[in-house]
Design a binder for this molecule. Structure first.
Ligand code: TYD
Length: 213
């Protein structure tokens, strides 16, 4: 079996098209016989899906930002240790919809928590596992909101005002500028297939030369 052990994360504001793009990329990897594992956050494990239900339920209302950040980290700890690390050990490409950068954008930059706290908690939760590549689907939250609201009920985080979502986006762009080796920023306002082609080009470049015999 091809051995790659590459960890790729997808980030972006709500409604930036991560889910659709990951499923297109999955078909591409499948077509090339590249072994992969798909995960999503929060969730991806039995306990993670329960934590997700609590975090996204609008009826839960306001919770302290620290509580929120710790719940995301708890879901992540389970996912990293029971799914992501074992898949990487098997040589798979792991594609995760969201990871630690989501907590930095949503709970630190937009939510007002100290970045150091979020980093420290997440270093513990993930045992220090960082993505090899992060694809940021960049979209202004106004455009994303229109798409998101088209026929869909907002969850507890999506319900937050536009200023919150603007700060999420600027948090992501700051991180991408600070870590250019890891981040690739893709303009998500383009058509779905155009965005897909850009993702394929980024991912195939990245995987080139990484195949171990
Ligand atoms: P997501 O699955 O992208 O939402 P949807 O099912 O609507 O596509 O993510 C759930 C929400 O959780 C999203 O609004 C972003 C938020 N979130 C955080 O605030 N912090 C985090 O660490 C993560 C992983 C997600």
């Amino acid at each position: 079996m091809m051995k790659l052990s590459v960890f790729i994360t997808f980030e972006g504001v709500d409604g930036s098209g991560k889910t659709s793009q990951i499923s297109l990329l999955r078909e591409y990897l499948k077509g090339r016989g590249i072994p992969f594992c798909l995960t999503r956050e929060p969730g991806g494990t039995a306990i993670g899906e329960r934590i997700r239900a609590i975090l996204l339920d609008p009826e839960v209302g306001d919770v302290h930002m620290l509580t929120e950040m710790l719940l995301y980290a708890a879901s992540r700890a389970e996912l990293v240790h029971s799914v992501i690390m074992p898949a990487l050990k098997q040589g798979k490409v792991v594609l995760s919809e969201r990871y630690v950068d989501s907590s930095l954008a949503y709970q630190a930059c937009a939510g007002g928590l100290s970045e150091d706290y979020v980093l420290c908690v997440n270093r513990i939760a993930t045992s220090g596992l960082l993505p090899d590549l992060t694809i940021l689907l960049d979209l202004d939250p106004e455009t994303a909101t229109c798409e998101r609201l088209a026929g869909k009920k907002c969850d507890r985080i999506e319900e937050r005002d536009i200023e919150y979502h603007r700060s999420v986006r600027s948090g992501y762009l700051k991180m991408a500028a600070a870590y250019p080796d890891r981040f690739r920023v893709i303009d998500a306002s383009k058509g779905i297939l155009e965005v897909h082609d850009e993702i394929i080009s980024v991912v195939s470049d990245f995987l080139k030369g990484r195949v171990e015999p």
